[in-house]
Ligand binder design. Structure first.
Ligand code: C2E
Ligand code: CA
Ligand code: CA
Length: 461
């Protein structure tokens, strides 16, 4: 029956077609469309397979993670399309330079990875750095790309895929921090750091519910009068064996572990409870709380903060939330929603650490931000270095014309204070006035400061 055989071969052709389609879909699902490299999903399963094989064969596997230098600023200055072209070019370089059997992947953004069985790990790292550093021409402009590389090895450094990735990331972070050759290999020092982090993480999880996080307070004074008008809340960890720890010792770790939110909430509640009477008694007008950029990435952040605030005795208008400029730049849309939602309730928003990043005063015009905090790295040289003084004076001038209030941070001596006051700075904060202190000491200082003049004189003499 010719008809049946026709039907059969037709069917066979259709099956082959479907299979080819399925294969294409599968490949597309595993491929990064911009660079043609393997994508993150396929990379993770490929890495696990290779580790399994290496475990069986007693072989080793090196993981190189790569992050481009200054990609964000290139992308911003040249435009998205040029940024994509650059990523495609660097992806091509990595693919063309791959050794036989290597897995080359784009993990997302400007992050790449190479899984390799090379014996000369350091030589290969250097080779990757050199390949990425070659200049490239886009739209007739020569750009100098460049990337940093972190390496970790199985089984030398790590026994499984998740540790291997974590350690390679730590090495990458180190490679970026030390200027020079551009790559770093996971080593004993990083291992010690990773162990320290692990214990610190366990301790943090215990410390938060145990109430070991304390709000400390630092006065903010009015520049013209020297009167205390506000306090900034600064977190301290009363560690059972290590004593009092400053944020640098635990905030970055808490951010990494996703615990910063809990810390910020605990500090916020305790600080509001402590400081609400100071506001009610007219001793200060503002309580400023720091929030982590991590917190702000949560679209529900501002709504939850407003709810939390309502449960305290602090009026919304007496709260200022300090956010960093890096966050503004990372997600302008989300930043705007948070800031507008807070502003609608009367909560003030201050831009922290201004002068360390892009210092985009123009961005402020379009957002209801009332205060900018000039970073202490700028204040340090004020009155000492003529150029810094000039820069700060012009920032103060620009802020005033925009109707934004400026608080100078890290004021340590009288010279800085006098300069800032004469240049029109509104508020100041720093060791020259007072260091951060526990709630009891802050309370005593505030009540002392507002006693009527004769009484204070009597007390002193
Ligand atoms: P920041 O918001 O810029 O806070 C100001 C820092 O400068 C504080 O350090 C303060 O003690 C210090 N400081 C104040 N005056 C002077 C001065 O005259 N000279 C010098 N050299 N330093 C001065 P601290 O308390 O160690 O806090 C460091 C950072 O940790 C803060 O920087 C803030 O970004 C973060 N942080 C503090 N508390 C919290 C918190 O509750 N949550 C979050 N997410 N971050 C916090
Ligand atoms: Ca701050
Ligand atoms: Ca600051």
């Amino acid at each position: 029956m010719p008809e049946l055989s026709d039907r059969l071969s037709e069917l066979a052709a259709r099956v082959a077609e479907l299979e080819a389609e399925r294969e294409l879909t599968l490949r597309l699902a595993q491929t990064d469309s911009l660079t043609g490299l393997v994508n993150r999903g396929a990379f993770t399963s490929g890495l696990c397979e290779r580790l399994e094989a290496a475990r069986r064969d007693g072989a080793s596997v090196a993981l190189f993670v790569i992050d481009l230098n200054r990609f964000k600023s290139l992308n911003d200055s040249l435009g998205h399309h040029a940024g994509d072209m650059l990523l495609a070019e660097l992806g091509r370089r990595l693919r063309d330079g791959a050794r036989p059997g290597e897995l080359v992947a784009r993990l997302g953004g400007d992050e790449f990875a190479v899984v390799s069985d090379v014996a000369d790990v350091e030589g290969r790292a250097q080779e990757l750095v050199s390949a990425l550093a070659q200049p490239h021409t886009i739209y007739g402009r020569v750009v100098m790309p460049g990337g940093s590389v972190g390496v970790a090895e199985f089984p030398r450094d790590a026994q499984d895929a998740s540790d291997l990735q974590r350690f390679a990331d730590m090495a990458l972070y180190r490679a970026k921090a030390i200027v020079g050759r551009g790559w770093h290999r996971f080593d004993a020092e990083l291992r010690a750091e990773s162990e320290h982090r692990r214990t610190l993480g366990d301790e943090l999880r215990r410390a938060i519910p145990a109430g070991e996080m304390e709000p400390w307070f630092q006065p903010i004074v009015e520049a013209m009068t020297g009167r205390m008008v506000g306090v900034e809340v600064l977190a301290r960890w009363r560690h059972p064996t290590q004593g009092l720890l400053a944020p640098l010792a635990f905030v970055p770790m808490a951010e990494e572990l996703g615990l910063i939110r809990q810390i910020d909430e605990a500090i916020f509640d305790a600080a509001c409870a402590r400081a609400a009477p100071w506001v009610a008694d007219g001793l200060i007008d503002t309580v400023s709380c720091n929030v982590s950029p991590r917190d702000l990435l949560d679209p529900g952040f501002s709504r939850k903060l407003i709810q939390r605030l309502a449960a305290t005795d602090l009026p919304a208008t007496a709260l200022a939330v300090e956010i960093t400029e890096t966050f503004l730049l990372s997600d302008m849309g989300l930043a705007r929603r948070h800031i507008e939602r807070l502003a609608a309730r009367g909560v003030q928003v201050a831009l922290d650490d201004f002068g360390t990043g892009y210092s985009n005063l123009r961005a402020l015009m379009h957002l209801p931000i009332q205060t900018v905090k000039l970073d202490r790295s700028l204040i340090y040289d004020v009155g000492r270095d003529a150029r810094v003084s000039k820069l700060v004076a012009s920032m103060l001038h620009a802020a005033r014309s925009l109707g934004v209030r400026i608080t100078a941070e890290g004021v340590e001596d009288e010279g800085q204070a006098l300069f800032l006051r004469s240049a029109g700075c509104d508020r100041m904060q720093g060791y020259f006035f007072a260091r951060p202190m526990p709630g009891d000491a802050m309370e005593a200082m505030l009540r002392e400061d507002t006693r009527p003049e004769p009484e204070r004189l009597a007390a002193n003499g």
